[in-house]
Design a binder for this molecule. Structure first.
Ligand SMILES: [Zn+2]
Length: 688
């Protein structure tokens, strides 16, 4: 389980989100894998007829937007999404080779090859239908009392539903980041956020209606008649609505203190006495422990009340639905199709299902990421690339140190602590030092759903086994091919997978200006997360501990408020504005990151006198390079889901919202006071 405070920093890509790409023949075998080259500053992606001082995003990305319509199988399309699609094609080549069942394969090659082969074996998957879930569905049907729910939920969470009814696992102790403790958190919903169940606007009502139809369809696919299925769908919706109302909002969850409720197992028994915690932990293979964190106690009170309040048959209905709904992508086509119809087509606007190979590459990456990652890194990530990106990271850290020392609003005491935190940050570049060992997992060529269940159980056991042990600070929360990056405040580390350090993001063939504007800004963004509204509450060791003087904290909050107010004015889609309390950390990181990148770039190129290229000055190339990471096209459906769930602002505001606060930008493009991409000096937001 990823830590709740991990700031996944760019767009949420990957399996459920956008991922993968343009139509490509389904059955054709890939050749020797190669990644295409697209420069990180591409003048054909610009719209030079647009005025950079009126809309800089349009100026930098207008050509890209025009030339890159959203592929039918995608929910949005962006520079990041496109690169991820190129990675998928590349990984497909690796997997096609690995799955050729020749006698002598390395163990990791066999693991990923057989997993992929089983996923691609559509006839076997079709023949199996719902059969892979039979054992679990039988166990639900045989449930005799509410007391037996606890061990059953532990068993089901082990395979297809990590957050079935609630989420259980391990976490770093918020007060002692060296230790891992057990944790329970809210969960159990089928819609993307608790707000979907509580909002009363027409669109939310329509979405609930469509979700009911989806649930009914799932029950019908399990063999129920239309009438029973409809009744069962109503039960699921009613139970989930109760859970949703007792769940914390995403904005509340940005406050780490609201998620910290450490207690003894006996306190948990007192909080939710109707649930048999002892057998839940035993069946879930938890080691004995003295302390756990219950992130959301009110949620567990609600669960507790429902345990006696709901007839046993309703629980069976709820569980049956969630087991099948969460496993649907791995079953036969009626289930896969219904999953697509609701979650990707209705909710996010995709027009077509992704080709099977794309889904299979993504599942392999998700379930065996560090085995697939080894093959990926071997081919794309050289020691030279690691060295040059590490050098850039160090320069940006140096700029942050200078910046902290220069801050006029922060006192010396807080500055000393901020520098301590900065120097404590661990830089993780490319891939982990030690690869995860999957060799104990049974992976066969003819049991796709079983492979998913066993790899999921492996991951769950791995998380649970950590309880009571010291933290492994070398661990990564993303696989190497991932096109993304993150900061983890409890680890106090920044993580850049190999997948994000390639063109058109980091481009070894280009000059420093666009590279610092783009990747330099991303590095600065991750660093700044250590000092955003959330990260700033953790100290250098990753403990939730105040290191600010009261006065400085007040000034910091006033400065972030400036950013919050600015972004609240931007519209995402139709009548929906950015929820800038949710996006605050990302918006602050975007601004801080670019300021740091600019400083580091000037320092790195001091005395070099870089010259103009393609009619752009070096300063202009820095900013266009920055903007072009964020070029994207969006579907209105996807924007709605993201407005409710994504802590990032849409691409256009991630660029224009930053440059209006940078006088260096106005100088680079000779923008005049009063133009949209400028602000009067007294209105400029400046945090770091
Ligand atoms: Zn971020």
């Amino acid at each position: 389980m990823k830590t709740k405070w991990m700031c996944v920093c760019l767009l949420a890509l990957g399996f459920a989100g956008s991922a993968a790409g343009q139509g490509s023949a389904g059955g054709q075998t890939a050749q020797e894998p190669v990644l295409p080259y697209i420069p990180s500053l591409d003048v054909t992606s610009m719209d030079r007829l647009a005025d950079p001082c009126v809309n800089f995003y349009q100026y930098s990305c207008g050509g890209w937007k025009k030339n890159n319509p959203i592929p039918a199988d995608q929910t949005s399309w962006s520079v990041y999404g496109k690169l991820y699609q190129d990675n998928l094609k590349f990984l497909r080549g690796i997997l096609e080779q690995a799955s050729a069942d020749s006698g002598q394969r390395k163990e990791v090659t066999r693991e990923i090859g057989d997993f992929y082969a089983a996923c691609m074996d559509e006839p076997t998957v079709e023949k199996q239908g719902l059969a892979p879930l039979k054992g679990y569905l039988d166990a639900v049907a045989e449930l005799k009392s509410a007391k037996e729910l606890a061990p059953l939920i532990a068993r089901l969470q082990m395979v297809y539903g990590r957050s079935l009814l609630f989420a259980g696992g391990s976490t770093q102790d918020p007060d002692d980041s060296d230790k891992v403790i057990a944790e329970l958190d809210q969960g159990g919903l089928g819609l993307p956020d608790r707000d979907y169940y509580t909002k009363e606007d027409a669109k939310s009502k329509e979405t609930r209606e469509r979700y009911l139809q989806h649930a009914q369809k799932i029950f019908e696919l399990m063999g129920e008649t239309g009438e029973t299925a409809k009744k069962d769908a109503d039960t699921v919706m009613r139970m989930e609505t109760g859970l949703a109302k007792a769940s914390l909002t995403r904005v509340d969850r940005r406050d780490p203190y609201k998620l910290k409720h450490k207690m003894k197992p006996t306190d948990l028994d007192a909080l939710a006495p109707n649930f048999d915690w002892k057998s839940y932990f035993a069946v879930g293979e938890y080691p004995t422990f003295e302390i756990l964190n219950v992130a959301t106690p009110d949620f567990f009170k609600e669960v507790n009340g429902r345990l006696t309040g709901e007839p046993l048959d309703n629980w069976k209905t709820y569980l049956r639905f969630h087991v099948v709904d969460s496993a649907s992508p791995f079953l036969s086509s009626p289930f896969v199709d219904e999953n697509f119809e609701f979650y990707r087509k209705y909710l996010r606007g995709a027009k077509e299902q992704q080709a099977r190979w794309k889904r299979c590459v993504q599942y392999t990456d998700r379930q065996l990421g560090e085995a697939l990652g080894q093959a990926f890194v071997e081919k794309v990530f050289s020691p030279e690339l690691k060295q040059s990106t590490l050098d850039m990271v160090r320069r940006i850290e140096d700029s942050m140190a200078v910046r902290i020392q220069q801050l006029d609003w922060m006192g010396p005491e807080t500055k000393a602590q901020a520098l301590k935190k900065l120097h404590g940050i661990r830089n993780k570049i490319g891939y982990p030092d030690t690869w995860r060992d999957y060799s104990g997992i049974q992976i066969t060529r003819n049991d796709f759903a079983g492979n998913v269940a066993r790899t999921s159980s492996f991951e769950r056991r791995r998380q649970i086994k950590k309880i009571g042990k010291p933290v492994d600070r070398g661990e990564w929360g993303m696989s190497p091919p991932t096109v993304n990056a993150y900061y983890n405040p409890q680890m106090n580390d920044i993580n850049f997978p190999a997948g994000v350090l390639q063109p058109p993001l980091y481009d070894a063939k280009l000059d420093a200006a666009p590279n610092y504007g783009n990747t330099g800004g991303t590095i600065g963004h991750e660093l700044t997360h250590g000092f955003d509204d959330e990260g700033s509450q953790f100290d250098a060791d990753g403990n939730l501990k105040n290191w600010w003087t009261k006065e400085d904290r007040g000034k910091f909050d006033a400065r972030t408020k400036c950013v919050e107010d600015q972004y609240a004015g931007y519209v995402v889609v139709d009548e929906i504005h950015i929820n800038s309390k949710l996006t605050l950390g990302e918006d602050v990181a975007d601004l801080g990151g670019e300021i740091l990148a600019y400083m580091a770039w000037q320092d790195a190129t001091k005395g070099q006198n870089p010259t103009a290229r393609d009619g752009l000055t070096p300063e202009q190339r820095f900013f266009v390079g920055f903007a072009q990471w964020a070029c994207e096209n969006d579907r209105p459906e996807d924007l709605r889901v993201r407005a409710a769930t994504d802590p990032h602002s849409p691409g256009e505001y991630r660029i224009n919202g930053v440059v209006v606060n940078m006088p260096e930008f106005a100088a680079a493009f000779a923008c005049k006071a009063g133009q949209p991409m400028t602000k009067p000096a007294e209105k400029v937001c400046k945090v770091w």
